[in-house]
Design a binder for this molecule. Structure first.
Ligand code: NAP
Length: 258
């Protein structure tokens, strides 16, 4: 079974690595090519956009793909829409693998907002020291609030034109530890954190650190996604794929006994 895995996440890499060891599957791992030194998955990899839903559909046909797994980041909305459209057009099964969001806990001070623009507005007019842990894509939005002092963390260097005037950039790739996040927030005297609700362990320490230090988190909501089969971890995706293989072979019990 030829499986396209739209990747860029820990879960996508875990799934691709599992499938590469399973002779029933022939996985192709796909990345947008956003980072200079991407983490690979030990299987056939392709890098770069497909050219919209149409380009993706053409690519799926050309590669004779049997099934699509959308294991992109929950905020990578465009590719997820394209995946649903292209899979439907080609009559292929699609599964979306998105890790569950973090849940608010009792001592959390979260302010929920719809998008980066609303996050910027939520920072208010008074000057504050802001930790921006949202990646590189939407930094330019915060140029509309130049009064704040920002600490921006990203894997690769942001384009300087996207940065607000008072911004220090930290180049780092997770996972991040609680000890390090606590000392970063103390050293930089952070007053508010802007975050996406990415879920997962690698980026969660900043949320826990904010909780412990009584720092507000402006939490950007996940974008809406079109309807699709969904799961939240690589094991569940494997079970779903097992089911497809079984159906294809007319069996009722899967190879993994689930
Ligand atoms: P996006 O806005 O949904 O996608 C923009 C365009 O990038 C897509 O239309 C597609 O180009 C291309 N693309 C995206 N993901 C791709 C993939 N896995 N393989 C091939 N092409 C892909 O996505 P994004 O927010 O730019 O994110 C890009 C990648 O970074 C994703 O793989 C995602 O998992 C990862 N990532 C994103 C975030 C985030 O916060 N957005 C965080 C961590 C990692 P075409 O239309 O030309 O096909």
């Amino acid at each position: 079974m030829r499986v396209l895995i739209l990747g860029g996440t820990t879960e996508a890499r875990a799934l691709a690595a599992e499938l590469a060891l399973d002779e029933r599957f022939s996985p192709i791992y796909s990345l947008a090519g956003r980072t200079a030194a991407p983490l690979l998955a030990g299987t056939r990899t392709r890098i770069g956009g497909f050219g919209g839903a149409e380009g993706l559909a053409a690519w799926l046909r050309h590669e004779a793909i049997d099934v699509v797994i959308d294991a992109t980041h929950p905020y990578a909305a465009r590719i997820s829409v394209n995946a649903v459209t292209a899979a439907r057009e080609c009559g292929l099964p699609l599964l979306r693998l998105h890790r569950p969001p973090w849940q608010r806990e009792r001592d959390d001070d979260w302010r929920d907002v719809a998008n980066a623009e609303a996050a910027c507005a939520a920072l208010g007019t008074e000057r504050r020291r802001v930790f921006l842990g949202i990646g590189r894509n939407e930094l330019a939005v915060f140029k509309h609030a130049p009064q704040h002092r920002y600490v921006v963390r990203a894997v690769d260097a942001p384009n300087p034109v996207d940065l607000p005037p008072l911004a220090d950039v930290i180049l780092q790739r997770g996972p991040f530890t609680l000890v390090d996040e606590l000392s970063l927030m103390r050293e930089r005297a952070i007053e508010v954190v802007v975050s996406k609700n990415s879920g997962g362990a690698a980026a969660q320490a900043k949320i826990v650190a904010a909780r412990q230090l009584g720092i507000q988190v402006v939490m950007i909501a996940r974008p809406d996604q079109p309807d699709a089969n969904e799961c939240t971890d690589a094991e569940a995706a494997l079970r779903w794929l097992d089911g497809l293989v079984d159906t294809a072979h007319g069996r009722t019990t899967s190879a993994r006994g689930v």
